[in-house]
Write a protein that binds this ligand. Structure first.
Ligand code: ADP
Length: 613
């Protein structure tokens, strides 16, 4: 269910699910209904067409019988017999005309034994077909057959009956022929003008006549047409639809049901419109009901989901957001007993707990900040207060040691120099403590210069190192790019970083070398201070940068405070740079300092011009 993405609300997801289920249901119901109605239509259509074809067969047989009865009746008429016997054309015509007024006949022809016309209803017609029948009658045969004449608008099919007229001695003295034209009116009468039933006359692969209710545009099929020509009534199994989609069931029946073959065939079409419209309206009603149900279901689900889940979750979310903004005074409504209510209760408990913890943390932080400030203030003032007398002690001791205040012997001078060295050490310690307290209280200020010449700084540091290594057999190596760009930063503080790192390297290395490298790389100056000292174990490397922490080798060397590296790292970071160490115990250490050339984010400081940056 990937389409139910996380971003969609719960209510919409549920609605979509319901919609999908209902659409699937709708599709299956529509398919089921369509196939059921189709079967029903076929069944009903099959029954109707079977009935209709029996009715048509019977009607056609009846017409044949009527024709044969009527022709015998007329042939037995004494007036007509006399007219034929006397070859009296006038009497013959009168008798024939009289017959047409009483009988449902389209054509009557009367001939004498020579084949000459004594009377005819439709003169000037194409007589070839009639003559063929008369020839049989003059041989004594009576017959009912189809005759096809070429009319002005194509072939015209008629059902014709012929009988010989025989005198008392048994001699054939003439013949009588009567025919009924199978045209639109004939078919109209045959299907009783019912609108649901249509008839078409098929002959020679064309439709010659159709009743008014026969749908145009439904083609006949060759196979059942041929079967019907051979005297068999054929009901087509499947339904045929017209161009409006209305289904028809179809049958073919021979025009002459009693003949062995009938070149003309009646095609029967039963229009199943009521069933089709029933099918359509059922489908429409089903879809409408389902669509309405879908909409109602979605509304109900949405309202229910909104009330039960979405609204409480929104409330919860609002409270959570307020809480994130530091407001702890609101609580989520705990109304319901369900999972959401449970969630709200748990959430409220959590808010209480967080609030309580937040309050106690705040108090602890306030206390810590206060004591930190007191400590920093104390340290700052103490350092300041200590530095002034200490400087005085160092300077006055220098005067005394130099003999400015009277002669001093060698032992006294040595002792006084010890005092000076201890004083300096103490002064450094105080300076470090002062720096650390400034860093911790956030009051460290950088005096930024846009043109700090690192080459000059490194040169002075290298010369200091030489002094520090003077008594040791340690080689000092340098690989310093002589054209390092001037960088932006606090000259004194950068010097402090370099001195701290390099003096440590000199302090901890007793043999081998100390190597100072400096080069430019990617907008930074990278300075490596590598030594072959004791190295720092991996687990101690983090402690190197923590205040007042010293490694065991650091402690052995003595004299340190454990503040140099944390101060240096803080100073490097205050310049937007970094300070880190790579080291292996027994092999040595490599302290790396990276300083940006154009530092953008220096901690709030005073520039050399005194402006804040
Ligand atoms: P200290 O003033 O004690 O040297 P630092 O902060 O400068 O304090 O250094 C902290 C500790 O890091 C030192 O005590 C020492 O153990 C270790 N250390 C620093 N530099 C080196 C080095 N080059 N070789 C080995 N250990 C070092």
């Amino acid at each position: 269910m990937r389409f139910l993405s996380r971003n969609i609300g719960l209510g919409i997801k549920l609605n979509l699910l319901v919609l999908v289920v209902l659409v699937l249901l709708l599709v299956s119901v529509v398919l089921l209904l369509t196939s059921n109605t189709q079967n029903l239509t076929e069944e009903i259509g099959g029954g109707r067409i079977a009935e209709e074809s029996v009715i048509m067969e019977r009607r056609l047989a009846e017409i044949e019988r009527e024709l044969s009865l009527e022709i015998r009746f007329l042939a037995a008429n004494p007036r007509l017999f006399d007219a034929v016997a006397n070859q009296d054309q006038i009497a013959a015509r009168t008798a024939v005309t009289l017959a047409t007024t009483t009988l449902q006949i389209d054509d009557i022809d009367l001939i004498d034994a020579n084949g000459d016309r004594l009377a005819e209803v439709r003169p000037n017609e194409d007589t070839a077909a009639e003559d063929a029948l008369f020839a049989l009658a003059l041989l004594g045969i009576d017959k009912i057959d189809l005759i096809v004449e070429e009319g002005t608008e194509g072939p015209e099919v008629s059902i014709a009956a012929v009988v010989p007229i025989i005198d008392s001695s048994g001699a054939i003295i003439g013949a009588l022929q009567m025919s009924r034209r199978v045209d639109d009116a004939f078919l109209e009468a045959l299907d009783f003008q019912r609108t649901a039933v249509g008839l078409q006359l098929l002959y020679d692969n064309q439709v010659l006549a159709r009743s008014g209710s026969a749908q145009k545009g439904i083609d006949f099929e060759a196979a059942p047409f041929q079967q019907a020509q051979n005297g068999q009534t054929v009901v087509v199994d499947n339904l045929v639809e017209d161009n409006e989609g209305i289904p028809y069931s179809i049958a073919y029946t021979p025009l002459l049901p009693n003949a062995e073959n009938s070149p003309a065939v009646i095609m029967i079409l039963v229009r199943l419109e009521e069933i089709a419209s029933f099918q359509d309206s059922t489908l429409f009603t089903t879809i409408l009901i389902f669509a309405t149900l879908t909409v109602i279901a979605i509304i109900i689900i949405y309202v229910a989901t909104y009330r039960v889940a979405i609204r409480p979750l929104h409330n919860l979310e609002a409270v959570a957001q307020n809480m994130a903004g530091g407001q702890y005074d609101q609580r989520a409504p705990e109304g319901s007993q369900d999972e959401i209510g449970q969630l709200a209760r748990t959430f409220n408990k959590m808010v209480d707990a967080i609030h309580e913890r937040e309050t106690s943390l705040q108090e602890a932080r306030d206390r810590a900040e206060r004591s930190d400030q007191v400590k920093s203030a104390f340290l700052a003032s103490m350092s300041h207060e200590l530095r002034t007398p200490l400087n005085a002690v160092i300077n006055f001791t220098k005067f005394v040691a130099k003999g400015d205040l009277g002669p001093v012997n060698e032992r006294q001078e040595e002792t006084l120099n010890e005092v000076i060295s201890s004083g300096r050490h103490l002064l450094n310690l105080i300076n470090d403590v002062l720096d650390m307290s400034k860093i911790e209280s956030g009051s460290l200020r950088l005096f930024v210069d846009d043109n700090v010449d690192l080459n000059a700084l490194l040169e002075s540091v290298v010369s200091t190192s030489k002094g520090l290594l003077a008594d040791k057999s340690v080689e000092l190596r340098t690989e310093i790019d002589p054209d390092l760009p001037h960088i932006r930063g606090d000259r004194q503080r950068i010097l402090q970083i370099l001195l701290n790192v390099i003096s440590n390297a000199c302090k901890f290395t007793d043999e081998g070398y100390v190597k100072i490298q400096a080069a430019q790389s990617d907008g930074e100056i990278i300075i490596h201070v590598e030594d072959t000292g004791p190295g720092i174990a991996p687990e101690d490397q983090a402690a190197v940068f923590e205040p007042f922490k010293q490694t065991s080798s650091g402690l052995r060397k003595g004299g340190g405070t454990g503040l140099g590296m944390p101060i240096s790292r803080n100073l490097a970071e205050a310049h937007g740079g970094r300070l880190w160490v790579d080291s292996e115990v027994g092999k040595g250490s490599n302290f790396c300092i990276a300083l940006p050339i154009r530092a953008k984010h220096l901690t709030p400081t005073l520039t050399t011009q005194g402006a804040k940056v």
